[in-house]
Ligand binder design. Structure first.
Ligand code: HEM
Ligand SMILES: *[C@@H]1O[C@H](CO)[C@@H](O)[C@H](O)[C@H]1NC(C)=O
Ligand SMILES: *[C@@H]1O[C@H](CO)[C@@H](O)[C@H](O)[C@H]1NC(C)=O
Ligand SMILES: CC(=O)N[C@H]1CO[C@H](CO)[C@@H](O)[C@@H]1O
Length: 331
């Protein structure tokens, strides 16, 4: 073989390898399909939607399903590991960080799963039901409708011990939060869009205490990025000796509507957590906040795309994991 031919062959080989690697990456992202249950459980989306609607008739706290989905996905992937309840009390949901996960969110998924099992036993994963229910919670409160990719399998482990270090905290600085999202293949834009989920639901007072009382351990100080009237409102609903079970609205103005009020509030210094307000304080993310505050359509589009991308993180497919019969226990 001539020397130039050898060289050409080497280039060809290199090309083949590059193409194979990029196909592999594409496949890794395309393991889920929107019509995954088309023949095995064609009504799954309608069944889950009905369960979510019924739950909303009982309580608006059903929006917490959206947070449950986030927590499921960011800790060892979207595999319903967050749903596991075990007698020893050392599953993900038992971690102190999960204490605030609303019981109504778990109940929504459990009810939806029961209804799905009645029609298609042993076919649809809890991870997929949670993903559909989270989208439906958004739709039910006036947010965007978007197709949910399906085909996740349920995980076989759930550990309380890995939760804390794998969760973003409301007092984390923006750089560490950006890093956190990057570690889950999510961009800064997607982080800003997903944070808009704080336009619905409830919080306890604990995550805001350090902003409204003795900020940075300085007696009487408050977080200077906060609107003073907002500080006074929060101090009224969250006195120092507040009952830790008291719930406050995440969005003071339109708590029950999935809309772009969250971003308008950030501009007004009315973000509930430091991690919310920082999205406006940081010059890196402020333009996105301004865009979403001015254009709800842009927010809805970005949120929908980001939710689909979040829903791909760490998924188990094919023969990995299992299809749990009961979402709260391994088979
Ligand atoms: C920097 C990232 C985030 C931080 C630090 C954070 C933190 C928190 C905290 C501290 C609460 C209140 C918990 C309580 O005291 O009851 C909360 C509530 C909530 N979060 Fe986030 N969150 C983040 C991102 C997200 C994302 C990406 C979503 C969904 C896509 C989400 C959805 C929710 C929802 C719906 C609630 C209300 C829960 C309820 O009504 O029970 N959060 N979040
Ligand atoms: C405030 O003081 C406490 C106790 O001394 C300490 O644990 C905490 O880290 C301090 N917080 C800040 C923000 O400096
Ligand atoms: C709002 O955003 C949408 C989606 O990105 C875009 O098509 C539309 O032109 C924007 N509207 C305005 C008034 O800028
Ligand atoms: C909603 C939920 O399941 N919360 C649990 C969080 O963990 C504690 C134990 O640390 C349980 O008692 C709660 O039921």
């Amino acid at each position: 073989m001539e020397k130039w031919e050898m060289k050409g062959l080497r280039w060809l080989l290199l090309l083949v390898v590059v193409v194979m690697v990029s196909m592999e990456t594409e496949r890794a992202d395309a393991q889920l399909w929107t019509n995954f249950y088309k023949s095995s459980c064609p009504n799954v989306e309608a069944i889950v939607k009905k369960a979510v609607q019924d739950k909303f008739k009982v309580t608006l706290a059903t929006t917490a399903t959206l947070r449950l989905f986030f927590h499921d996905c960011i800790i060892q992937g979207c595999d319903a590991s967050v749903m596991i309840a075990n007698a020893k009390g050392d599953a993900e949901k038992d971690a102190p960080d999960n204490l605030s996960l609303a019981g109504d969110a778990f109940d929504t998924v459990i009810r939806a799963k029961k209804a799905v099992e009645a029609q298609c036993p042993g076919v649809v994963s809890c991870a997929d039901i949670l993903a559909i229910a989270a989208r439906d919670a958004v739709v039910q409160t006036g947010g965007p409708n978007f197709p949910v990719e399906l085909g996740r399998r349920d995980g076989l482990t759930s550990q309380a011990s890995i939760v804390h270090s794998n969760l973003p905290h409301p007092d984390n600085d923006i750089n560490s939060i950006i890093k956190f999202y990057q570690g889950r293949h999510l961009t800064v834009n997607e982080m800003v869009a997903l944070s808009g989920a704080h336009t619905v639901g409830f919080s306890h007072c604990a995550p805001v205490f350090s902003r409204i009382y003795d900020y940075k351990n300085k007696s009487g100080a408050v977080d200077p990025s906060m609107n003073p009237a907002f500080v006074r409102d929060l101090q009224r609903v969250c006195p120092r000796n507040v009952d830790p079970a008291i719930a406050i609205n995440m969005d003071t103005f339109t708590p029950n509507n999935f809309d772009n009020q969250y971003y308008k509030s950030l501009i007004a210094g009315r973000g509930l957590f430091a991690s919310d307000q920082d999205l406006y304080s940081s010059t890196l993310t402020r333009p996105m906040v301004e865009l979403f505050a001015a254009n709800q359509t842009a927010f809805f589009q970005a949120f929908s795309v980001a939710m689909v991308r979040l829903g791909r993180f760490g998924v188990k497919t094919g023969t990995e994991g299992e299809i749990r019969r009961d979402c709260t226990t391994f088979n």
